[in-house]
Design a protein around this ligand. Structure first.
Ligand code: SF4
Ligand code: SF4
Length: 340
C-alpha cells in the first residue's frame, strides 16, 4: 500500500484522494454508496468545496460514523471575514462534523495574508485557534498566486492542477512546495477527462512523494480503477512513458482545461465544455457530445461578441474566442460526417 504524508500537516494517507466535485451530478443515495465503498477500499482523504452545491451534504451523510477515521478538506470562496465564517459554519453543518482537516481558500485572485485588509487570513487563524479547522490551505489555478502562497510561509497545503501534461513551471512549483514543507494536492490529475490512461496518470503522480492526487470520481467503475491502485500502485514503465510522451505531443500547448474560470459569458457560451469539444470527442467520445442540446450549445459560439472577458480571465493565457472558433469549425466538420 502506497501511503504518503502531506507536507508538515502530519496527514498520512493512501496516495489516492477522493475528489467530491463530480458527486454533485449523481443522486444522494449513489453518492453515499460511492463514498462508503471508497472508504472500505482504503481511501481516507476526501476533498470537497462550499461551491460544489450539495457535495458537502452527501459527503457528510456518507461519513456518518467514520468521521474520525478519515480526513476532510473543503474550501471557501469568501472574500471577506463575514462570508468566511458563514461558509465555515455551513460546511461544518453539511459535513456533520465539528472540525475540517484542511480549510482552503478556493482559487482566490490574490494570496490572502494578515493585514491585507480583507480579514481572511486572520479568520483562518481564529478558526484554527477555535479548533474548527486543523490546517490552512489554498487552491489556485494561477502560478503567480500559488508561488506567492509558498513564499509567504502562511499555508500548509497548496492545491494546484498537476498531471503528466505539467510544464517546467508546474514541476518547479511542486519542488518549491516540497522544499517549503507544504503538502501538494494535485487537482485535475486527469486533466478534466483529457487523460484517459489512469495507470499512466497514477504512475506520474507516484514519482512525487509530497503529492496527493485528488481523483474526481463519479462512477463506480472509475472508483474501482483507483481502488485497485491502493494495494497495487502502478509504477512508471517504458510502456506508460510512451503513453505519456504520445499524449504530451498531442495535448501540450493551447488546450482548454475546462476549469470554467473564464465564465460567465455575456451570451452564455458554455466555454468550459465548448472550448475543448473537439479534443474530448477525439480522446473520450460519448453520445452526449452530439445531442441536439450540445449541438445548440456549440452553435451558440456563433454569438460570441469578442468582448475578450473570457480571455482576460483564463489563468492559462488562452486566446479563448479563437479556441472556441476552432472547436466550432471541427465540430461542424464532425456533424457533416467529414473525416476528422
Ligand atoms: S469573447 Fe465571446 S466567449 Fe468570451 S466572454 Fe466574450 S462573448 Fe463570451
Ligand atoms: S478557456 Fe481557460 S479559463 Fe476557460 S475553461 Fe478553458 S482553461 Fe479554463
Amino acid at each position: 500500500m502506497a501511503n504518503m504524508t502531506l507536507g508538515s500537516t502530519g496527514i498520512c494517507v493512501n496516495k489516492n484522494g477522493f475528489g467530491a466535485l463530480p458527486i454533485q451530478r449523481i443522486s444522494k443515495e449513489a453518492a453515499v454508496c460511492l463514498i462508503r465503498r471508497a472508504y472500505e477500499g482504503g481511501i481516507t482523504f476526501f476533498d470537497t468545496a462550499r461551491s460544489y452545491t450539495d457535495s458537502e451534504v452527501k459527503l457528510g451523510e456518507a461519513l456518518e460514523g467514520i468521521r474520525d477515521k478519515v480526513y476532510v478538506a473543503t474550501k471557501t470562496p469568501a472574500n471577506n471575514a463575514e462570508d468566511f465564517w458563514k461558509d465555515l459554519e455551513t460546511s461544518l453543518r453539511n459535513l456533520r462534523t465539528d472540525y475540517v482537516d484542511i480549510f482552503q481558500f478556493h482559487n482566490p485572485s490574490f494570496c490572502p495574508k494578515p493585514g491585507d485588509g480583507t480579514g481572511l487570513y486572520e479568520a483562518m487563524l481564529e478558526a484554527k485557534a477555535q479548533g474548527k479547522i486543523r490546517h490552512i490551505g489554498i487552491t489556485n489555478h494561477r502560478l503567480a498566486v500559488a508561488e506567492e502562497a509558498i513564499e509567504s510561509g502562511l499555508y500548509e497545503t497548496l492545491q494546484f492542477p498537476f498531471c503528466y501534461l505539467a510544464t517546467e513551471k508546474d514541476l518547479a512549483l511542486e519542488e518549491k512546495c516540497r522544499k517549503a514543507g507544504m503538502g501538494f494536492l494535485a487537482m485535475k490529475a486527469l486533466s478534466g477527462g483529457l487523460i484517459t490512461n489512469s495507470r499512466a496518470a497514477y504512475a506520474f503522480e507516484a514519482q512525487y512523494d509530497n503529492v496527493l492526487p485528488i481523483w474526481g470520481i463519479q462512477r463506480e467503475r472509475e472508483l474501482e480503477e483507483f481502488l485497485s491502485y491502493v494495494n497495487d500502485p502502478p509504477e512508471m514503465t517504458e510502456e506508460l512513458l510512451a503513453v505519456i510522451e504520445h499524449d504530451r505531443k498531442e495535448l501540450l500547448g493551447e488546450f482548454c482545461r475546462g476549469c470554467g474560470y473564464c465564465m460567465p459569458c455575456p451570451v452564455d457560451i458554455e466555454i468550459n465544455n465548448c472550448a475543448r469539444m473537439s479534443l474530448m470527442i477525439r480522446r473520450a467520445p460519448s453520445a452526449a457530445q452530439l445531442t441536439p442540446e450540445m449541438q445548440a450549445k456549440m452553435m451558440n459560439i456563433k454569438n460570441c461578441l469578442h468582448c475578450g472577458q473570457c480571455k482576460s480571465k483564463c489563468p492559462y493565457g488562452l486566446d479563448t474566442p479563437a479556441l472556441l472558433e476552432k472547436n466550432l469549425k471541427d465540430y461542424e466538420e464532425i456533424l457533416a460526417g467529414k473525416e476528422y
